[in-house]
Design a protein. Structure first.
Length: 551
């Protein structure tokens, strides 16, 4: 038992670091979402409550944001979530703040799942486990505002909640590796090559790196090795925690490299933060020693006063806590809490197994519950391999005077909106106004599900028509919007070939309903502006999203 206690342990300072960082992410995400409250969360936007209930929700799904389609109710819920986020940041009534933050995040994500990716899943899952861990035991208002007791609280704790959190992270990486079963990962090692040709995700750094083709197979191998081996090191408490620290640093380095090369929204940041609770005590001891060296060799006399003040703060934060008295709250989990943790982990582990072995299906009620709580575990980013197909979109609009505009450019404030861009953009994700809209466009242009996604196009067109026509004179009113999906095949020689140019939808303004005409007794979708050429292109191609639902 003592050995297991060392394996499944977490430093309270690391938990506090996670609390601060995750609360900052929650607040930033609320700020990003707040710019599109009407578009994303009201009945006047791109997804009404009726559409969400009919097409996106599971039997047990619940969302406070579904109570009303009015913007005022959404603003009120956003303000409550922000208050909970600030309470979590400063550690005021931390457990309650964590629960409220998790519950409102769950509610917000359930309201419109078209806006989500795997980062949102990791965020809500780690916040769920955080409710059962003492996130406010260090560097918080909770830790200082109450009366101090004589009971000494150690720097690190072990509990079922910590064990579940660690095993959850292990499942994330290991089951992800199992799902990466394609030859691009294990035979020809071209996975990183194709991933760096995803126009929806690529960054300038990624574009620079992909010119060094000789190193990309090695990076593919390193990615797989890291996802298999580094999580194992998290469970080895030897050499004073240094092995675990090495595992954490390896995973942090992998995710940081992802962030440099690919713009993945919250998925670029959340996995980094999720590793913070596993920083061992030796990390904080090393940090304190480094600070003492900096303080000892600080040579600028005119800054001595400032250094002394900062030194006092750093000493207060990072000094060992064992000689301090703490407020009278217990770090022990209640029996009820332990039962919840065990039951939740059984559901989570079962869901992971079912993701790779469909024959191990979950009972219907359990499946509905785990989806309702957004504990789904399908880690399918770039699995079974990055797609060789690049899908992008052109969205021309016709005005009342028969001129045309690029609706995508207008919506994202891209220059020259009167010229429709049929060739796509080198850095598509950087052109879109924020990562929520980026996730939405990726979902609506899913190469695997064009028919299932047609239900959402009328609302999109209706919203875009309303946005433009509310400020345009009569002769410049939008009368129709066409949505084209263009698909190219990425080749290993750095070029791509356009293989499909398909109109996904043509809708009239203001309601977005499909425009049809009679041709030879049959209904046929009416033509719109001239489509792109089908000639091959040498421009870098991007792949379709290898994601499902919130992943």
């Amino acid at each position: 038992m003592a050995f297991l206690g060392r394996v499944f342990s977490a430093d309270l300072r690391s938990l506090a670091l996670y609390r601060v960082c995750v609360s900052l992410v929650l607040l930033y995400d609320l700020w990003v979402r707040s710019h599109d409250i009407v578009a994303h969360y009201t009945d006047q936007g791109i997804l009404t409550r009726e559409m969400a209930m009919k097409n996106l929700h599971y039997p047990l799904s619940f969302s406070l944001h579904m109570m009303s389609g009015h913007w005022f109710v959404q603003v009120l819920l956003f303000l409550i979530a922000a208050a909970a986020g600030f309470a979590l940041l400063f550690g005021w009534r931390t457990r309650l703040a964590t629960f409220v933050s998790w519950f409102l995040l769950l509610s917000l994500q359930t309201r419109n799942t078209l806006l989500l990716n795997a980062g949102d899943s990791i965020l809500v899952i780690t916040l769920f486990w955080g409710m059962f861990m003492p996130l406010g035991a260090r560097y918080s208002i909770d830790a200082i505002k109450h009366s101090y007791s004589r009971k000494v609280i150690p720097d690190s704790i072990s509990s079922l909640a910590v064990a579940a959190f660690m095993l959850q992270l292990g499942c994330l990486y290991w089951f992800s590796v199992v799902l990466k079963s394609g030859p691009a990962w294990h035979k020809d090692f071209t996975a990183v090559y194709y991933a760096l040709h995803v126009r929806e995700f690529i960054t300038p750094t990624g574009m620079y790196l992909r010119q060094f083709e000789w190193i990309l197979p090695f990076l593919t191998r390193v990615t797989i090795w890291t996802e298999v081996g580094a999580p194992l090191l998290l469970f080895l408490p030897f050499f004073g925690g240094r092995i675990r620290l090495f595992g954490v640093v390896a995973l942090l380095g992998m995710h940081f490299s992802f962030q440099l090369c690919l713009n993945l929204g919250l998925f670029s940041v959340i996995p980094l933060i999720a590793l913070f609770p596993l920083l061992p005590t030796v990390f904080w001891e090393m940090l304190e020693r480094c600070w003492m060296l900096v303080k000892g060799f600080f040579l600028f006399a005119f800054l001595q006063t400032l250094v002394h003040g900062v030194s006092s703060l750093m000493t207060a934060l990072f000094a060992p806590q064992s000689d301090r008295e703490h407020r009278s709250f217990s770090l022990r989990q209640s029996l009820f809490s332990k039962v919840l943790v065990v039951c939740a982990f059984v559901v989570v582990f079962w869901a992971n197994v079912a993701s790779i072995k469909p024959s191990y299906t979950m009972p219907e009620w359990m499946e509905s519950l785990h989806y309702a709580l957004l504990l789904d575990q399908e880690w399918v980013m770039f699995a079974p391999e990055p797609s060789k197909y690049d899908s992008w979109y052109a969205i021309p609009g016709e005005l009342a005077d028969h001129s045309h505009i690029d609706v995508f450019k207008v919506h994202n404030n891209i220059p020259n909106p009167t010229k429709v861009n049929w060739d796509g953009y080198k850095h598509l994700s950087m052109r879109i106004r924020n990562y929520r809209w980026s996730n939405y466009y990726i979902r609506l242009f899913d190469y695997d599900e064009p028919k299932n996604l047609k239900v959402y196009w009328p609302r999109y067109i209706r919203y875009m028509c309303g946005q433009w026509n509310s400020n345009a004179p009569e002769q410049k009113q939008l009368i129709a919007i066409g949505v084209f999906m263009l698909t190219s095949l990425t080749k290993l020689n750095g070029t791509s070939e356009l293989i499909e140019n398909k109109r996904a939808w043509l809708g009239r303004c203001p309601d977005g309903q499909v425009i049809k005409e009679e041709t030879d007794g049959k209904e046929k979708t009416a033509p719109t502006t001239k489509p792109a050429s089908s000639k091959p292109t040498t421009k870098s191609a991007s792949s379709k999203p290898a994601t499902k639902s919130a992943h």
